[in-house]
Design a protein around this ligand. Sequence first.
Ligand code: ZN
Ligand code: ZN
Ligand code: ZN
Length: 401
Amino acid sequence: MAVGVRAFGAGSGYSPLMNDSRPGIPADRYVERLAACREAVAACGFAALLIGVGPDLRYLTGFVGEPMERLTLLVIPVNGPVRFVVPHLEATKAAATPLVAAGVAEVVPFGETDDVAARVAALLGAAKPADPIGLSDRLWAMHVLQLQRALSARRFEPASTVLRDLRQVKDADEARLLRLAAQAADRTMDAIAAGPLVGRTEAEVGREIRGRLIDEGHDLADFAIVGSGPNGAAPHHDAGDRVIAAGEPVVLDLGGTLAGYVSDTTRTIWVAGEAWIAPEPEFRRVFDVVRAAQAAATAAVKPGVPAEQIDAAARRVIGAAGYGEYFTHRVGHGVGLETHEDPYMVSGNVTPLRPGMAFSVEPGIYLPGRWGVRLENIVICTDSGPEVLNHSSLDLRVVRG
Ligand code: ZN
Ligand code: ZN
Ligand code: ZN
C-alpha cells in the first residue's frame, strides 16, 4: 500500500455479510442509499426519479441486467411509495433485490400488452407538476420518447443531477471492491508485460489479456487496448492485426469488472526482442515526462482541490517539456460501477475533491506515426491525500518480449 489503508465515510465499516465467498455490497447499504437518494430528490427540487436498467439502478437496488426493449423502471417520487416497475418475467428477480426484501420498495409487474408508460404516469399522479422528473442518463431513447408522450406536461432533467454526488463518493465497501479489481488488473498487466509479445498480433495479446482478467478475479473483461508501435499514438486504439516487433513500445490499457466495480490501468513497455534493441532516446525522454506528470497529478490529489487542478498538474509537466500539444485528452475520469463516470479530471470541472472519490490519473503523449506513452493508475482521494490502488511498477520496463 503506497499511502496506507483507511476507511472513509461515516458508518461505512465492513458488515458481517462481507465474509461471503464473493465480495460485494452489504444488503442494508441499499436501504441507506435509497434514503440518501430521496433526500437528494427533495433537496434538488425534483418531483421524482425514473431509473432504468444500468449503473444507477445497480447502485440503488443491486439489480443487475441488460437494458432491453421492455421497460424496467425504479420510480422514486419525492414523497410516497417507491415502485419497481418490471416486466412479469423479471418480477421474481426484482423481488429478490434488497430494497424489495426490506420492504422499502414494491414490485409492480406488467404484462406484454400493457401500456407501461401510462402505468408509470399514473403512479406519479399529479404530484408536484411544476417540478422536473429525473431520467437516468443511460435510459434508451425509445423509452424516453414513450415517457415524454405519456407525461407530456412534465419537464425532464438528467437524474445524474441528483445522483452524481452520491455515486461519486465511494464508501469503504466500494473502495474495497475497487482495490480488489485494481490488484487483479495489476497481476494481469505484470503477466502480459513479461511476454511473449514479439511475433504475436495485438489481437492475440488482447485475447490473452481478456482471459487473464477473468482468471485473476474479474467477472467480466471489459477492454484490452494493445497499441504497438505507431498504433500506440491513438489513445483508444483497440487491438488489431498488427504483429508486435522487437524495437518498439507497446501501450497496454486493460480493465474488467469485479462485483460491479471496474479496474482500468495502463502501462507502456519497450519490447527489445532477442536482439535487445534498446529504447530510442526520445522514447526514454517522453516516458520520463509522462511518469513525472503522472506523479505530479497524483501528488496533487487531496480534499478540496478542484478536479481540474489534477489535470493542470499533469499538463504543466508535459507542457514544460515541450510536448503539450501531444497530450490530447483529459488526465482522468471517475471509476466505480462505470469505467467513465463523475468526477472527470478535466479543465473546467471545479468540483472540489472529496474523500472517497475514485478516478484515473492517466497522462499520455502521442507522437503521430511513431508511438505513444500513457501511464494510468486508479487513485482514491482520502483525508490525507491520494491512495493509489495500482501497485504494478511504473518504471520503464524493457522486456525481451
Ligand atoms: Zn479511456
Ligand atoms: Zn485505461
Ligand atoms: Zn482510464
